[in-house]
Design a protein around this ligand. Structure first.
Ligand code: SF4
Length: 204
């Protein structure tokens, strides 16, 4: 539950959050989320990328380009209008930095994800989206029983206890091994079809 009555108040407090740094994590303490309280669709990514940290806008890097290619196929032809009407956030709001060996971005730890959970709960409570699109396994697992795998849920329809449509997507990284499996490409196509149908039915 949230004690906030409006999104700007919550975002003001979120912008000052240093919980991960105070817990000893060497992260970029700049929460990156975007959107309006009236948004009817919420995208929940895993964590901002380095490109997102530079632009201060979620999903602006390579993975963002791929995500918007997918959304285009689901009927959102224009990235800017999507950004203006959706709310885009992530499991952890701050760029976690790169791995020590330089092989990509570090994945936020379970402790960081737990520290950040209250902010996502507050965002969902305030925005009250009709459709939630969790992107990537860390985001998807927040909405499903932990034993389920991506292959069990991508492309499947789900309405949660609050009546929200949950449409999970895999992580759009070009390096995603999950998408190397042709069966999984079919699951992605089914998920995009599901989004396209919801867009039409709900007038999103
Ligand atoms: S990732 Fe979340 S909990 Fe951690 S400092 Fe950023 S906003 Fe706070």
């Amino acid at each position: 539950m949230t004690d906030y009555s409006d999104l700007p108040s919550m975002l003001a407090d979120l912008s000052t959050c240093r919980a991960c740094a105070e817990a000893g994590y060497d992260i970029y303490s700049t929460p990156i989320v975007a959107g309006q309280q009236a948004a009817r669709l919420m995208v929940v990514g895993q964590a901002p990328s380095g490109a997102d940290a530079q632009s201060n806008i979620p999903f602006t890097g390579e993975a963002g380009s791929r995500l918007f290619d997918w959304l285009k196929r689901a009927g959102w032809d224009d990235e800017e209008s999507f950004r203006q009407t959706a709310y885009i956030t992530s499991v952890t709001k701050c760029f976690p930095g790169e791995k020590e060996n330089g092989s990509g971005d570090r994945q936020a730890s379970a402790k960081e994800r737990k520290l950040c959970r209250k902010w996502l709960d507050a965002e969902i409570a305030l925005v009250r989206p009709e459709v939630i699109v969790p992107v990537g396994s860390l985001a998807v697992k927040l909405f499903y029983p932990p034993q389920l795998q991506l292959a069990d849920v991508i492309g499947e329809s789900m309405i949660d206890a609050q009546g929200r449509h949950i449409v999970p997507l895999p992580h759009p990284s070009g390096a995603s091994r999950w998408l190397n499996n042709p069966h999984n490409v079919g699951r992605l196509e089914q998920a995009l079809y599901r989004l396209r149908t919801l867009k039409a039915d709900l007038g999103l």
